[in-house]
Design a protein around this ligand. Structure first.
Ligand code: PXP
Length: 247
């Protein structure tokens, strides 16, 4: 069984589109509430909740993360930039896992994988701090051998392989090549003893192929589920994705 990490960032994106100026505590009028989204998702079978607390706080706010920490029954996976300020925040919050991602202010959502090779020092510092605090670190990386091997050397127990290039190529000529890269990446990460997660751009169509990747532990899926939930409601959207994840 592959697990589903439900990424609820885009529920907060919709809230912020209207209530950017409002205090996130302004009564029930501030909608949609990402914590409610998370709780409904859990009720429908989500195995964990993922949020990205971005430096510019464009969607998820600190208060959301604290409410999730208190309120959810599954695991909390905090995506964050590899910075001293975010490391300090994570050590206070104590999520179940931290997923280190690259952050670029111009992007709409995370675009490329973290360059572990180029940012070895700060990544190691963050992984060491999390290991010492008993928080598991996942590194969100492209499915490239050098990145995977260094992730293992730095002592992170998990990697999340970036499926964005594959998802973008899905209807084009590079799809098979990108899928093969992911397949080899999963095999290599598993050989090195890493737990293998994947995410970005996974939807109700490409999941049929993504789920056949070897050694997958968890998929982090956000945009497609939040979008589907507009039509079907959260629980049906999560149930439908979970059903499609079963081989
Ligand atoms: N995994 C990571 C590390 C991400 O940053 C994101 C969102 O950008 C996702 C998974 C989910 O991607 P999507 O919203 O395309 O499902």
């Amino acid at each position: 069984m592959i697990l589903l990490g439900l990424n609820i960032d885009h529920c907060a994106t919709v809230r912020q589109a209207r209530y950017r100026q409002a205090d996130a505590t302004t009564g029930g009028a501030v909608e949609p509430d990402p914590v409610t989204f998370a709780l409904l998702g859990e009720r429908a079978g989500a195995d964990g909740i993922t949020v990205h607390l971005r430096e510019d706080r464009r969607h998820i706010q600190e208060r959301d993360v604290w409410r999730l920490r208190e309120g959810i029954a599954t695991r909390l996976n905090l995506e964050m930039a590899c910075t001293p300020a975010m490391t300090e925040f994570a050590l206070k919050l104590k999520p179940d896992t931290v997923c280190l991602v690259p952050e670029n202010r111009q992007e709409i959502s995370t675009e490329g994988g973290l360059d572990v090779v180029g940012r070895r020092k700060p990544v190691r510092a963050c992984v060491d701090a999390m290991n010492a605090a008993g928080i598991k670190t996942s590194l969100f990386i492209d499915p490239d051998e050098a990145q995977i091997e260094l992730a293992a050397k730095l002592g992170a127990p998990l990697v999340e392989l970036h499926t964005g290039a594959y998802a973008n190529a899905y209807f084009g000529s590079r799809r098979e090549r990108e899928f093969q890269r992911l397949r080899l990446g999963c095999v290599r990460a598993h050989e090195l003893g890493l737990t293998v997660n994947a995410g970005h751009g996974i939807n109700y169509v490409n999941i049929a192929e993504v789920r056949t990747l070897p050694h997958l532990y968890e998929l982090n899926i956000g945009h497609s589920i939040v979008s589907r939930a507009l039509f079907t409601g959260v629980e049906e959207a999560v149930r439908e994705m979970k059903a499609r994840m079963v081989p």
